[in-house]
Design a protein around this ligand. Structure first.
Ligand SMILES: [Zn+2]
Ligand SMILES: [Zn+2]
Length: 273
């Protein structure tokens, strides 16, 4: 009997807030990978040129967007990544994030931190983790970080960059109408338990299905605890959504933690809207 192919459907490279490189992907030992960087396909395009084995690279992206007042993450697969209009659109939103980073730095500088934009001078998408990383990368900040008891990038984000915190700056997000317009393959809601309230926000998922033809719910992910996994599995079944899988890997050690079978790929691939 042939072995069922296994792979990863949610992963971030150095082109967004991940640390995963083309080399890591070539060495991961899986049969397929969907690179789902935030709001960019640059990582996907770059890794595609550097593949050294028979691994299948699936077009993917994770959009940060909003629906009914809630910030959500939507995964898209099997879309046309060569469409110049789509790429231009992504570039527009990338530039918005560059502007936001500059504003963040202005505020952080006033708060006493050393800032150096060249520390995040990178391709792809600049998110909060990239900004926080760049602060940790400057030894001049060690003293202030210790004084403020900030031990990690996550601590830093919580203390300064989240909504309501001193260096928070909002950024324009790509609307769902545009996502749907450019991506005619399946849309899957990523890690619902992270962004939505269980129960009281379920109607938002139903609304996404009815208005934007959402087809999948990421159920099996390291971002969910067992209780959340069970709950959203039930909801996916109830709403007729595909219960999807993905590790949301940002480091190579996590690639394939929640590996998917190829049958899931086949199921997603056949969706055209
Ligand atoms: Zn996400
Ligand atoms: Zn992710």
């Amino acid at each position: 009997m042939r072995r069922m192919k296994k792979g990863e459907l949610h992963l971030h490279t150095t082109y967004s807030d991940g640390h995963i490189t083309a080399e890591d992907i070539n060495n991961c030992g899986l049969d397929f990978i969907a690179i789902t960087d935030h709001d960019t396909v640059e990582g996907f395009l770059s890794v595609k040129e550097q593949l050294t084995n028979g691994l299948e690279l699936i077009p993917g992206i994770e959009f940060s967007t909003k629906h009914r007042g809630k910030g959500i993450h939507v995964l898209a697969y099997f879309f046309n990544y060569n469409n110049p209009e789509f790429l231009e659109e992504l570039e527009y939103y990338r530039q918005k994030r560059v502007n936001r980073a500059n504003k963040n730095f202005g505020i952080l500088h006033e708060l006493g931190y050393a800032v150096d934009y060249s520390k995040i001078n990178k391709n792809g998408t600049i998110g909060k983790p990239n900004i926080a990383d760049s602060i940790f990368a400057l030894p001049e900040n060690d003293e202030l970080l210790v004084k403020n008891r900030i031990n990690s990038v996550d601590d830093f984000i919580d203390l300064y960059l989240e909504k309501g915190k001193p260096a928070y700056v909002p950024v324009e997000k790509i609307p769902l109408e545009k996502i749907r317009h450019y991506c005619n393959g399946p849309l899957v809601l990523a890690h619902p338990a992270v962004d939505l309230d269980r129960g009281s926000d379920d109607w938002i998922i139903r609304d996404l299905r009815d208005k934007y033809d959402l087809r999948g719910l990421e159920v099996f992910t390291r971002r969910h605890n067992p209780e959340e996994t069970a709950y959203y599995y039930g909801l996916a079944r109830q709403l007729g959504l595909i219960p999807s899988r993905g590790s949301d890997a940002h480091h190579r050690e996590r690639i394939g933690l929640y590996a998917a079978d190829y049958s899931l790929v086949n199921e997603l691939r056949k969706i055209k809207v």
